[in-house]
Design a protein around this ligand. Structure first.
Ligand code: MN
Length: 520
């Protein structure tokens, strides 16, 4: 283990991340992400590739002008025209690149190795003449003849570059190979060494760490690991592994990791797999009885680190694998304290439901518990009740929904339009809640239980408040709009039950739901 080293974080969410197929950000969105990256504490923000478009230049200019603490850098090919346009954006760092592998030199660039070195050093000298930080990338470095690679490092360092980046452009390197290239670079120059890894074999984080352990000073990362093909090194995974497992800190404000991840997720529309490390929905969720029991006694039994370190909270899930301790803790969180015998019956019902292949949402658990404890329906205890729903939809007309909700005994009504009937209904619900309570739709999942048009729609949702508390709800109806609205109302009730003891009513903004709900 090395001590006293601070590993630099070069974030390329706005450049390589934006090169994710199908992703395109507006200048305003890019600025919002840059500001959030700056709060997160990254050392360099690669704001974009200026030659790409006028909009790209506008975004980079706005980011460069916004007074960020981080270095704002732009990408440029090793060509005067690219460099001039990049400089014109007012950046204080420039990232110049040219391929060094024979495959690229012969089949893409059509130049010799000698010409590659000439062009690289000319570009570095030219960029350096504007008095800014210059990072040079030898594209496809990890497929470059290692003898020639060393010549490139030496030549570019001598030309005055501040940092030399080693890109594993096609993601084929192993940790051992990365270490070889870092050591080769170090053997010919004292220049700051950087890594740029791709995740084609799922090794981007491991390769980046191998680079750092071999002596690299800086790593290129993206939020949520987005980027070309299978993406880049994920910032969240890299900085946490670096800090927690190797005692190599970065300037990252770890508590902002989750909210930054959510922002990028929302603005790019790139989904995050639930089992993704650090930021995935399930990263701090527990269902199995053994695990929940352990975590309730002492979280370190089954958690790698405290979720609050990255701005998250742990949650427990009822289901087939659940145990009494976990279920009891979940119910306490909803203000319910069943006696031993009731708890046994509740756990039994939860497991039966799980055995039928069904997930057990918070609202399911709440309903089961209230039925067993009180011998009736939970509805009379509920804070939110669905009083009415009307939907108008069709071709060549805007889907419109009117929703009536009884919230703590007061009737609220709203009419909204949407991209589909479900979306319109959700918008109407959110409009009602925007004035009284923070409730946002976080996830929406729809399953048709049989294959015909009379199928029962099984909708599960997850709703969230501003403090990051979540609760799940389910609605099952032959009408998909009614099922959706019921699921949201059920989830909201479970969320409010969880909050009831601790918090009053807050008035905060709502966020429009994104994702699969569109077009329904
Ligand atoms: Mn790349």
């Amino acid at each position: 283990m090395t001590s006293g080293r601070l590993i630099r974080v070069f974030d390329t969410t706005l450049r390589d991340g934006e090169q994710t197929p199908g992703v395109s950000l507006t200048p305003q969105e890019k600025l919002e992400i840059a500001q959030s990256l700056d709060r997160l504490g990254v050392d360099v923000i690669e704001a974009g590739f200026p030659i790409t478009s006028k909009g790209e230049q506008e975004a980079i200019r706005a980011i460069a002008r916004s007074g960020l603490r981080a270095e704002v850098c732009g990408l440029a090919r090793a060509e005067k025209a690219d460099i001039d346009i990049a400089i014109g954006c007012g950046i204080n760092g420039i990232h110049v690149f040219l391929s060094s592998s024979d495959i690229h030199l012969q089949h893409q660039m059509h130049i010799t190795r000698e010409r590659m070195i000439e062009q690289s050093t000319e570009a570095v000298r030219y960029a350096k003449s504007f008095g800014m930080k210059v990072e040079f990338s030898a594209m496809d470095a990890t497929r470059t003849d290692i003898g020639f690679f060393k010549q490139v490092v030496k030549a570019v360092s001598d030309a005055g570059a501040d940092r030399f980046d080693i890109p594993d452009t096609v993601g084929i390197a192993t940790p051992q190979l990365i270490a070889d290239y870092v050591k080769a670079a170090r053997s010919v120059s004292d220049i700051m060494i950087s890594m740029h890894c791709h995740n084609d074999y799922g090794l981007a984080v491991a390769n980046s760490l191998a680079g750092v352990l071999a002596g690299a000073d800086q790593v290129h990362v993206t939020i949520n690991g987005i980027g070309e093909r299978s993406g880049n090194t994920s910032l969240e995974e890299f900085v946490m592994a670096c800090n927690n497992l190797y005692a190599l800190p970065t300037n990252t404000n770890y508590q902002l990791l989750y909210e930054t991840s959510r922002l990028v997720n929302r603005l790019t529309g790139v989904p995050i797999q639930p089992n993704k490390a650090i930021i995935g929905d399930n990263a701090f969720g527990h269902e199995s009885g053994i695990h929940t029991d352990g975590v309730l006694n002492n979280p370190s039994t089954f958690e790698p680190f405290d979720p609050s370190m990255v701005g998250r909270t742990r949650w427990l899930q009822a289901g087939k694998h659940a145990g009494r301790h976990g279920i009891s803790a979940q119910l306490r969180g909803m203000g319910l304290k069943p006696k031993e015998e009731s708890l046994r019956l509740i756990v039994g019902r939860v497991k039966e439901m799980g055995d039928r292949g069904s997930s057990v949402t918070d609202s399911d658990l709440y309903q089961i518990a209230v039925q067993i404890m009180g011998g009736g329906s939970a509805e009379k205890n509920e804070l939110v009740e669905l009083e009415g729903l009307e939907v108008v939809t069709g071709i060549k007309r805007l889907p419109t929904a009117t929703v009536k909700l009884l919230v703590r005994g007061h009737l609220h009504e709203a009419t909204e339009v949407g991209s589909g009937a479900v979306d319109a209904a959700v918008n109407a619900i959110q409009k009602i809640f925007s004035n009284i309570e923070t409730v946002r739709l976080k996830n929406y999942r729809l399953e048709a239980l049989t294959g015909d048009s009379g199928a029962v729609a099984d909708v599960t949702v997850e709703v969230e408040d501003d403090a990051g508390h979540t609760a799940s709800g389910r609605g099952m109806k032959r009408d998909i709009v009614v099922a959706s609205v019921e699921a949201i109302v059920a989830g909201t009730n479970a969320l409010l039950a969880k909050k009831q003891d601790t918090e009053g009513i807050k008035v905060l903004q709502t966020e429009k739901p994104t994702g699969p709900i569109e077009g329904l």
